[in-house]
Ligand binder design. Structure first.
Ligand SMILES: [Zn+2]
Length: 315
């Protein structure tokens, strides 16, 4: 099977509300997310301002508050809905904890310290919601990590508020914009057990929310949300869709070590054509092949940075 499937349809509609000229050429539309989550860059100046309802941006020293416009819109919408649901509708005296955001991407995207991904503005780190409603101090130094682990041994902390946490994940699932969410494997296992209580009425949706959660090490103090490529971002390289089912079996609760950095990656245009990406990538290939979205996908699933990202970061 040849790799000649180029979904050019998406290229015709580069419509962003933001005007950030990636390569300096006048009149060009911003490209949005370019390349793969762990090998790409970001052509957009959309960002979290820090004043959004329901959100608290942490780690501001690092200035990794830029994202694909779809990411910023989704986070802003999530914050507003969360604020409405858990603060305005609550009793006035009820304690309140905002959704606490860690790194998204730096301006222009590309590689940043501490992360393999976060390069295209489609990844964001978020603190688990806490029963004690504690908010982390916003600025704790350039290298600061998160300040509370929610797994002790293999046990999930009693401070993880599973009701609000499920609400957030269900909101993200319902947005239709998600690719996957990385969580600690013990936390996924915990939610596999709790889901029927948290969402008794809709088994199908419950399983879809669980399915989105992917076990991955080093996610005991935050979860990592990863969006699918926006349809208009013709240079964006997406990741293979998730296998069917809730992923709650013992075997599935073991993490797939290639998942964060993108083995099984596949170009968005191929996804748009509804081809089976697993089948595609399972094909023996004589050579590395050029991804239709730019950049090269190697036989081992690794990526070469797309041409558009090589001139260094824009501006
Ligand atoms: Zn992350």
């Amino acid at each position: 099977m040849g790799i000649t499937i180029v979904g050019v349809a998406a290229m015709a509609s580069l419509a962003h509300a933001y005007n950030f000229d990636f390569d300096g050429a006048p009149g060009k539309h911003p490209l949005g997310s370019i390349g793969f989550y762990s090998s790409g860059c970001l052509d957009s100046d959309a960002r979290i301002e820090g004043t959004e309802a329901g959100l608290l941006k942490l780690m501001n020293e690092r200035d990794r508050r830029y994202g694909n416009p779809m990411m910023i819109e989704l986070l802003t919408g999530l914050g507003a809905a969360y604020h409405h649901e858990w603060q305005q509708n609550g009793a006035p005296a009820r304690p309140y904890e905002r959704i606490q955001l860690g790194d998204i991407a730096q301006k222009g995207g590309g590689q940043v310290s501490k992360h393999a991904s976060h390069q295209t503005g489609l990844d964001a780190d978020v603190v688990y919601l806490r029963k004690d409603f504690r908010e982390t101090k916003q600025n704790r130094g350039f290298e600061a990590g998160f300040d509370e682990t929610f797994v002790h041994g293999k046990k999930v902390s009693a401070n993880l508020d599973e009701v609000r946490q499920w609400w957030v994940w269900r909101f993200l699932y319902r947005s239709g914009k998600m690719n996957r969410i990385f969580v600690d494997g013990n936390i996924k296992a915990y939610f596999c057990k709790q889901a029927a209580r948290l969402e008794p009425d809709d088994k199908a949706e419950r399983e879809e929310v669980l399915r989105m959660l992917r076990p991955y090490p080093e996610h005991a103090d935050h979860f990592h949300m990863r969006l699918a490529c926006p349809a208009a971002d013709a240079k964006c390289v997406g990741q293979a869709p998730l296998p069917p089912g809730s992923g709650c079996s013992d075997r599935e609760l073991q993490h797939d070590p290639g998942e964060m950095e993108g083995r099984r990656a596949v170009s968005q245009s191929i996804l748009d054509d509804e081809m089976d990406p697993f089948e595609l990538l399972a094909e023996p290939q004589d050579d590395d092949h050029a991804s239709p979205a730019g950049g090269v996908v190697h036989r081992d699933g690794s990526h070469t940075l797309p041409r558009e990202c090589r001139q260094g970061k824009p501006r």
